[in-house]
Ligand binder design. Structure first.
Ligand SMILES: C[C@H](O)[C@H](O)[C@H]1CNC2=NC(N)=NC(=O)C2=N1
Length: 97
């Protein structure tokens, strides 16, 4: 099973992900897009990599605003799977938003 990261390890990852925050044991990004269609496009790309990696973010969609939350449910917090997923999501959001 994936191991929870320590606070310094999470802090180091957040240093490379300046738009992300640690909220209640998950890495959170609120991304804003031009419109709903772009938001869904980003979500669809994220869904594809999540399925490939079998590691899924929690996603909240509100018109052009999407909240991504990365935590490892089975471990109850942030693992390397989440810093990796957050890095991939960050790249997708930057490419579209
Ligand atoms: C059985 C399957 O491996 C698990 O349910 C996977 C699927 N995706 C997952 N995603 C996340 N974020 N956390 C998990 O613990 C998790 N578990």
């Amino acid at each position: 099973m994936a191991q929870l990261l320590s606070d310094p390890e999470i802090g180091k990852a957040l240093g490379r992900l300046p738009k992300w925050r640690l909220v209640e044991g998950g890495l959170v990004l609120v991304a804003q897009f031009a419109d709903f269609a772009q938001a869904i496009q980003a979500v669809n790309r994220v869904a594809e990599i999540a399925e490939n990696d079998n590691h899924h973010p929690d996603i909240d969609i509100r018109w052009n605003k999407v909240t991504f939350r990365c935590s490892t449910h089975s471990a109850g917090g942030v693992t390397a799977l989440d810093t990796s997923l957050a890095t991939e999501i960050d790249g997708i959001v930057s490419a579209i938003g």
